[in-house]
Design a protein around this ligand. Structure first.
Ligand SMILES: C[S@@+](CC[C@H](N)C(=O)[O-])C[C@H]1O[C@@H](n2cnc3c(N)ncnc32)[C@H](O)[C@@H]1O
Length: 227
């Protein structure tokens, strides 16, 4: 649904070890593309949870991939998850965590679902450094209010670290990430839904003007401390 989820999933899995048989929550999975990828690539069992995309739609995709026994779609709101404490070996989230995870108290809620010693990993669109002015002048024509949820690796590190619940293992930016984001918009403009093409074109123009000064992708991997 966003700048390509498989690129983001591949990047995260370079730092977050997944082994066959692990129980993984893919939170904000959208169309469950990443859930299918992780189950296929690593042999993990995935709970594919999302708010906007209904599980019936995702089930069709999962069945077509032959993964009905290892990817379970469900409808879930990130603040009301239907799981037991310590149910997962890992929780991952791609291009979604910034919609619900910038609240200071959210990590305390979510981390209870990971086993002690288990990992949380996210990739979100972000900014290289926290912005000193809003919007930066060169981005003024393109600015939308939702950009306020985009943060730097340093901001995310502190946001998670200050809870004391997790040991941060990685907080970094994807090298030249803005170029992947741009490529995604160019592809959407050329091959995607016609009604969304103007939006893709505008975002592509914004990313070209920015040239990597501001936007990119942020990755975080952290381990839940033993209790
Ligand atoms: C930009 S889409 C990304 C979807 C998918 N991870 C991908 O990269 O293709 C953001 C996703 O976050 C999910 N989301 C947003 N707010 C949520 C919430 N409060 N609880 C659960 N999911 C949420 C939406 O349902 C949506 O599918």
């Amino acid at each position: 649904m966003g700048p390509h989820v498989l690129w983001l999933a591949e990047w995260l899995s370079q730092q977050l070890e997944l082994r066959a048989g692990m129980r993984v929550l893919d939170l904000g999975c959208g169309r469950a593309t990443s859930s299918i990828f992780l189950a296929k690539e690593f042999g993990v069992t995935v709970w594919a949870a999302d708010l906007w995309i209904k599980p019936t739609e995702n089930r069709v995709r999962i069945e077509q991939a032959g993964l009905s026994d290892s990817v379970f779609p469900l409808s879930a709101e990130a603040h009301a998850l239907p799981f037991a404490d310590a149910e997962f070996d890992a929780i991952v989230s791609f291009d979604a965590y910034h919609y619900f995870g910038t609240d200071d108290l959210y990590l305390g809620y979510l981390s209870r679902f990971v086993k002690p010693g288990g990992r949380l990993g996210i990739v979100v669109p972000g900014v290289r450094e926290e912005l000193a002015e809003f919007p930066p002048p060169h981005l003024a024509p393109y600015w939308v209010s939702d950009f306020c949820s985009l943060h730097s690796p340093g901001w995310w590190r502190r946001h998670w670290e200050k809870t004391g619940l997790l040991e941060i293992e990685v907080a970094d930016a994807l090298a030249e990430g803005w170029k992947l984001w741009l490529e995604w918009n160019e592809l959407c403009d050329e091959f995607g839904r016609r009604d969304l093409a103007p939006l893709a074109r505008r975002e592509a123009q914004m990313l070209r003007v920015d040239g990597g000064r501001t936007f990119g992708f942020t990755r975080l991997v952290a381990r839940r401390r033993a209790e």
